[in-house]
Every structure is written in structure tokens, then in C-alpha cells.
Design a protein around this ligand. Sequence first.
Ligand code: ZN
Length: 420
Amino acid sequence: MRAISSLLTLLGLFLSSQAQAMEPPPTLQFDNGKWFNGTGFDTRTVYSIDGRLTSETPPDIDSVIDLGGGFVIPPLCEAHNHNLGGDEDEQEVIDRYLSAGIYYVGILSNFPQYTGVARRNFNRPDSVDVQFANGGITAPLAHPIPLRERLLGFGAYPGFTRETLADHAYFTVATQEDLDRIWPIALSYRPDFIKIFIMNSQDHDAPPGETDYEGERGLHPDLVYDLVERSHDHGLRIFAHIETAEDFRLAVQAGVDVIAHLPGRRLPEPIAEDIANRAAENGIAVHTTAVLANRLREHNPEGFAAVRSVQIANLNLLYRAGVTLAIGSDLYSADSRAEAEYLRELDIFSSRELLEMWTENCARTVFPDRKIGALNEGYETSFLVLDGNPLEDWSALGAINLRVKDGYVLELGESIHTED
Ligand SMILES: [Zn+2]
């Protein structure tokens, strides 16, 4: 495959500059590829016209690319992270994603001010495609406020003070009046979707002054319903951070579009069957983020075992109910590879099921309106070519020998260090 890569370089097919990206993508013919069809692989010739896959032979072909019998799969995806859109220079992180074959990333909170300067680095053929939540909407004193303030103290947010973090890095809402005040501000930063925090909703009726609950509770349930309605009225999807099974129930009943975690990363939190069914009926997607329980593994092995067995029960229940599960890690220094590995260890899903959760389900959760995440007729010409069949040998996902994105062969920067 190295020989193919050098040949492609000679042909000038590699996407090497942004200027090239402005021209329409070349018409390509891909020979000798085994293309994933959702269940297995078919050997066929595929073409790309204007950056879209087709099986119909075009009248003129710019180049023929021999895929050398490689296994062609849709790009991988990270449904839940926070590590982009914070700086002008994030090339190392971008290269890490592309090297892993991860093309689509959901960022579930970011500072619009920083993302403004970083935005030009994304959503183009030679980079990852990203959707941003901006600052999330939460309750007074609740997550992520203490975390943001702590990081501010470490100098993480130049140009910000404790006061200016509010209404930017997050929005604090305790009442209907608060919501009326912050809503136009949140919209003015043009989020790709709305992120809200639902936490310990089962304790919402405990007296407000009780210190036990200070900062532990997320948005009031009434405000959650209101926020779902407002978001949908504005054509925006709404994603909910949750902690407990009761939070999961509230998110489903209120009608959010995406639940950004499995419940119970610190304590076992079994999801009720009727709620799983309702989530499936309403087309609600769930970010798995099960790997977050790993933080328990060392200091509380018994607690970890209990959490892990309920994670297995919850994932089985959601999958059987037909809920869209999307692989997302929520690991700032890592990516969805760590989540996929954790899920594999749980030994619930087949390789085909995991691949679907990592490609199609995830891509649909990040960009619901695009034809991505599968290799169907008319879909975007974005795929990975592997040496081996990942359904038979999962480690084949670590041996990507060709990456094509938006109709261009992707050349990775020199800074890339692959682990394979
Ligand atoms: Zn997160």
C-alpha cells in the first residue's frame, strides 16, 4: 500500500493545500476494494463524482485508484469530546483524529470566543468536521461551573474572569426569568445544538437551602421541558448531560434529542425498560461514554464491578429496545478509540454492531442532515481502507492504509505519530 501512496503523490492526487480544496473534487474510479455494506464486504468498482459515491460509470474519469484488495469502511467518529475549538493551533489533535480515521467530532462545550478563531480549521476536506455546543445551560453552582472556575484559576482561560465565564462558558438558570434573560444570549453565539445539564433530578424537591444538594442538582425539571420546546422552536437539537437513571428518565420524557451519557458512572443506575422503549420510539440517541467508569477501577474495585455490571444491563436494554447508541468517550486527552475498546471488553456487542455504533450511528448523531457514516449511493466520498477485515480481526482498524475525505485522498501532516 505504501507503493500506492507514493504513486498517488506523483499523480498529485493528495490534498495538499487549502487552495486545492476550493476546486471541485476530481472524478475518481476505485478498483479492487471490498466495500462494507452494513453486514459484510462486497468487491466492486466504485466512483466518486463531485465528492459523492456512485456505482454508475462516469463519462470522464480523472484518476483510477487501485485499493489493492483492501477493506473499505465508513470513517470513524467521536460523538462526545471537548478537545477542539479552544485554540487557533490544534493541529496535533486534528492530526491524531485523522490518523485514527476519526473524521466527525461532537464538541459538547466550548468557548464561542475561542472557537471563533479556531473554526476555520475545521469542516474542510483536510480536517475533521466538528459540531459545537458552546456553553451549556445549567443550575446555579452546578457542573460545569466549579470545574470551569478551577481551570480559570490554573490560567486555562486567558481573557476571562470569574464574572465573564458566566453567559459565555456556561449559562446559569434557576428560574423562568433567568431562562428568558440568557436564551437570546445563548442563541447569539450560534450554537450547532443546545447542551443542558440534568443532575440528580430525583432530589429536586429537597429543600433548596440544604447544603447536601448545593451544586449537585442540575436544571429544574420544568425548565428542562421549556428548554426542549425552545430549542425545537428554533430548529436546534438539544443534548442532555445526565448522571442518574432518574435524569435519564427526565431527559426521555422531556423529549431531548441526544442523551450525552449512559447513567451511572460512579454508582449503579439501572434504566427502566419502559423508558428505554420510549427513548427508542422517540428516536433519542445515547452517547455511550461508558469508559468514564474506569476512574473507579483503581481506587474502588468493588464499586467498579457493580457499576460495570449495570452498564452491561443498560447497554443491552437500550440496544434491544432499538435506541441509537453512538460511541463517544468524553475523554479530553483521548478519543473514541478508548470508548470502543472499553465497550469491546464488556463483551456485549459483535464487531459489526460496534462498527455501526462507531461509524453510522455516531455520524448521524453529529451531523443528522448529511449523507455520511455509510457507503451508499449518493453518500459523501469519505472512507477508510484497511489491510484486514475488521469483522474478523478488530485490530485491522489500527492499520489504515488509505484515507479519503470529501472526495480527496487525505495526506496526513508530518507531526503524526500513529500507534499502529
Ligand atoms: Zn462531556
